[in-house]
Design a protein around this ligand. Structure first.
Ligand code: 2IT
Length: 449
């Protein structure tokens, strides 16, 4: 490996041993950049990589909220403004009990490259809190969102930093946060957030966009392989917004999602999650706040496997669409033993680095990386920002058409970036390189800071 890259990775590992997710993503991204950095010795002089692995700014704050019995609770809130070289910081907010600085930094780092890949003008950011929405009442959620924004509102804005949803944050939470933001600022400010409700500036197709985009990307992979989506089976994880979008689009295109998962285990439905009733039920499960996928198995008579992950199931396509580090070596070995050809990451960093490397080494496997596959979500957020600033409202068809075009372009740019660098058909390295090059050019142009 290039010695400058090696040194930067080494420094991050030494400096942040208590931030394992962040170290993991830095290693994953930088290790794709060998040929690029070899070609650009000037990067080392201005310490481009060393600057790129440090957030421009990151803050943490106290969030106090009152439960329905009147008791106060104190959580930790964060916003990581990682890189603003190509546009205002942009990225989701995650409310989940395991949120910590390492998780925030890994997500914001990934977001920087992902947003760059979309071709739109968005820098990388992420935020959230270690608040667990499971079992909370609607009033409790509202109070938490309001407290969160009381701490954050000064530091975000349509040209500064544009938050959106992530795990634990959907349309309802965005509504409560935007309401509090507007109250404090006394200004609509072009919506500031994305993923808003349709009555106040939200974009049609934004809820579906991450799932739809991942299926559009998958179609490109299949086409390259002389295959098509119709008739294929897909193993997914999670049952949230992203998996819901995959189920909808896969069904429309004649494929079948056969697994879902949750913190309690996984569901195997060989008939597919492919009727309006089943697909709508995912939304109902999410809204119930129970966070249990067994409810699906009980309702539709599917198999439920308590405490297990779905990666041992035979399917044509694997799409880990739940959370980070969901697929470890033991799962990767099962996937290979099942002779799966398409491993399409969807959740942010769903694969540990050793498992990812192992999967990429399989001669008969095609691996696609999450930062490209799931970029349709944030891309459609970018389309929402455009609509808000033009004070226009595009039709669902128009947004979907643009999303589709962006996903095709991300795929093409990734393929070409890998080929240009002599790496063959390598979608993982291609996405890292294509995402990196744009941010690197912008940082070089903007001088030292
Ligand atoms: O991981 C992601 O790309 C998101 N959670 C969506 C970010 C956004 O700003 O729409």
């Amino acid at each position: 490996m290039n010695s400058y890259i090696e040194r930067v990775i080494g420094k991050v590992n030494a400096k942040y041993p208590y931030q394992p997710e962040f170290c993991q993503t830095v290693e994953e991204v930088l290790s794709s950049l060998d040929t690029v950095v070899e070609r650009h010795p000037e990067y080392e002089k201005v310490d481009l990589l060393g600057r790129m692995v440090e957030p421009e700014r990151m803050f943490s704050f106290r969030v106090v909220w009152q439960d329905d019995k009147g008791f106060a609770h104190t959580q930790n809130g964060y916003r990581c403004q990682f890189n603003g070289a190509i546009g205002p910081y942009k990225g989701g907010l995650r409310f989940q009990k395991n949120v910590n600085p390492s998780v925030m930094k890994f997500l914001a780092f990934e977001q920087t490259f992902k947003n760059s890949l979309t071709g739109l003008s968005m820098g990388g950011g992420k935020g959230g809190a270690d608040f667990d929405p499971t079992g909370k009442s609607d009033d409790e959620i509202m109070r938490f969102c309001q407290s969160f924004i009381q701490a954050l509102y000064r530091y975000i804005g349509p040209d500064t930093d544009v938050p959106a949803g992530d795990m634990g944050v959907g349309g309802r939470e965005i509504g409560y946060m935007f309401g509090e933001y507007r109250r404090l600022k006394g200004n609509f400010e072009n919506g500031t957030f994305t993923g808003k409700g349709f009555s106040y500036g939200g974009s049609l197709i934004r809820p579906e966009a991450t799932g739809y985009g991942s299926v559009y990307y998958l179609e490109n992979v299949l086409k390259h392989d002389g295959e098509q989506l119709a008739g294929k089976t897909i193993a997914c994880a999670g049952f949230g917004n992203v998996t819901w979008g995959i189920c909808k689009k896969a069904t429309e295109l004649g494929a079948k999602v056969v697994t879902l998962s949750g913190p309690d285990g996984y569901v195997y439905d060989p008939d597919g999650v492919n009727t309006p009733e089943k697909i709508d039920y995912l939304v109902e499960m999410r809204n119930s706040g129970r966070n249990k996928v067994q409810d699906y198995a009980d309702k539709f008579g599917a198999e439920f496997h308590a405490g297990e992950k779905p990666w041992g199931v035979k399917a044509d396509i694997i799409m880990p669409s739940a959370m980070q580090n969901d697929v470890h070596m033991d799962s990767a070995e099962k996937i290979v033993a099942n002779k799966v050809r398409y491993y399409i990451e969807v959740a942010n960093m769903p694969t540990t680095n050793d498992a990812l490397r192992y999967l990429m080494e399989q001669p008969d496997m095609i691996v696609a990386p999450s930062k490209a596959v799931n970029a349709g979500g944030v891309a459609t957020s970018g389309l929402e920002m455009s609509q808000n600033s033009e004070r226009l409202f595009w039709t669902a068809d128009e947004v979907d058409r643009q999303l589709h075009r962006i996903m095709d372009t991300i795929y093409e740019n990734s393929v070409q970036a890998a080929e240009r660098n002599g790496l063959g058909y390598n979608l993982v390295a291609g996405a890292n390189i294509a995402g990196f090059e744009r941010v690197a050019d912008a940082m070089m142009a903007q001088g030292l800071f």
